[in-house]
Design a protein around this ligand. Structure first.
Ligand code: ZN
Length: 158
């Protein structure tokens, strides 16, 4: 396992639509583990593969309930809306208001190739939408409603 370098805004990989993972290999599993290491080291709650320079549809998250790995995630349901502050490990030192769905269902595969279905609300719902946006080359600053002047207590980067 290893920490990877997090690429920041301005890098073209962050604005590129990432490719579907067609086969889960040992390399995929290593990438997932390295992404988790990188996310925890950066005190993030989520990380998408493009943020470590890999244009593949893989995200990892942990909002305090243990690690979640999603390969080829799809947002199948999104309901409600809420404006709140979020940050991004690829957009350092900025906190912005973004409107997101409050309740989501996301399906995908885990690193063993097993189907996963996650129903989420609160921070996890927001983080899932943020990370899936990364796979489509969309950064929070594209969707932001306004700049937040201070970091919200307890809010971490994604
Ligand atoms: Zn982000």
């Amino acid at each position: 396992m290893a920490e990877l370098e997090i690429v920041t805004i301005g890098h073209p990989v962050l604005e590129t639509k990432a490719a579907e993972v067609t086969k889960i290999t040992k390399r995929t599993v290593k990438l997932v583990n390295d992404m988790l290491d990188t996310m925890y080291a950066a005190n993030g709650v989520g990380l998408a593969a493009p943020q470590v320079g890999v244009s593949e549809r893989i995200i990892v998250l942990d909002v305090g309930d243990g690690p979640i790995v999603l390969i080829n995630p799809v947002l199948t349901t999104a309901e409600g809306e809420e404006i709140d502050v979020e940050g991004c490990l690829s957009v350092p030192e900025r906190w912005v208001y973004v409107k997101r769905a409050t309740q989501v269902v996301v399906t995908g595969l885990n690193e063993k190739g097993k189907g996963v279905r996650i129903e989420a609300d609160g921070l996890l719902a927001r983080a899932l939408q943020h990370e899936i946006d990364h796979l489509d080359g969309v950064l929070m600053v594209t969707k932001m409603i306004g700049e937040a002047t201070v970091e919200v207590e307890g809010e971490e980067g994604e």
